[in-house]
Design a protein around this ligand. Structure first.
Ligand code: NAD
Length: 253
């Protein structure tokens, strides 16, 4: 087991990629705090982990609120005694808009969760990890943090900035034995995509074909979770400030 008895936080762990990360952390022996904005969305994931022989608790926090983020980290430390690893995954896409048509308020909304929320989490997690001699943090960016997409301007801005945050914090904290890296997923199958596939199978296949993914399919949340678990483990001891692409070959083209 890569993460035996490590204490972990996963934000946005209620579904999709976050749930895949929780499942991989559990398989590798971590004790997990599953975080979403409500008990309704976080509890079922924690319950499933416990039912399968793992160890997890749920916590409701809005990661855009500094007081909630402080409470989230305090809860992890109070519950399990320390914080060893964290994956800051909560994020959103925003409305499809080109830069020329992007209302500043819509940019603020996406930046608030994708960048500022990730920053607030990093800040509190670092403080807790410094107290116990180190740890590992993974921020979820996207391939949209590495290249541009027509019509995804706010998301492109926020996810590029997450990589800047990751690199700056990684350089600052390696002296404190805290490794900070980012993962850049490509197209991953989440409940939203499952719904799209069920309701419009032809449209789904057409979108998939246009996405031009070399492996010919979307990725699974667990395929992202496996990489996050590796980056949080001692196996990745020489990885600092990396942006690891998990995209079925899209960025290799
Ligand atoms: P999702 O919408 O399926 O899940 C998001 C999770 O975050 C949910 O559990 C939700 O409850 C939680 N959440 C939302 N706002 C929150 C807040 N303010 N505080 C706490 N929790 C909150 O998303 P997903 O598709 O699984 O994406 C997860 C991450 O991966 C995001 O950062 C996203 O940008 C990134 N990503 C996704 C894909 C993809 O193809 N799905 C590709 C690249 C990157």
């Amino acid at each position: 087991m890569l993460l035996k008895d490590k204490v972990a936080i996963v934000t946005g762990g209620g579904q999709g990629i976050g749930e895949g990360i929780v499942n991989c952390f559990a398989r590798e022996g971590a004790k997990i705090v599953v975080v979403t904005r409500s008990e309704k969305s976080s509890r079922p994931v924690a319950d499933r982990v416990n039912a399968n022989g793992g160890t997890a608790v749920w916590f409701a926090a809005d990661v855009t609120k500094p007081e909630d983020v402080t409470a989230m980290v305090d809860f992890a430390v109070k519950t399990y005694g320390r914080l060893d690893i964290a994956c800051n995954n909560a994020g959103r896409l925003g409305n499809p808009r080109n830069v020329a048509e992007l209302p500043a308020e819509e940019l603020d909304e996406v930046m608030d969760l994708d960048l500022r929320g990730t920053f607030l989490c990093c800040r509190e997690e670092i403080q807790a990890m410094r107290k116990t001699g180190g740890g590992a943090i993974v921020n979820i960016s996207s391939v949209s943090g590495l290249h541009g997409n027509v019509g995804l301007s706010s998301y492109n801005l926020a996810k590029h900035a997450v990589l800047g945050l990751t690199r700056a914090a990684a350089l600052e904290e390696i002296a404190n034995n805290i490794r900070i890296n980012a993962v850049c997923p490509g197209a991953i199958m989440t409940p939203l995509q499952e719904e799209f596939k069920k309701n419009d199978p032809i449209g789904f296949e057409e979108t998939l074909r246009k996405s031009n993914i070399p492996v010919g399919r979307m990725g699974t949340p667990e395929e992202v979770g496996n990489v996050v678990a590796f980056l949080c483990s001692d196996m990745a001891s020489y990885m600092v400030g990396s942006a690891v692409v998990v995209d079925g070959g899209v960025m290799a083209q």
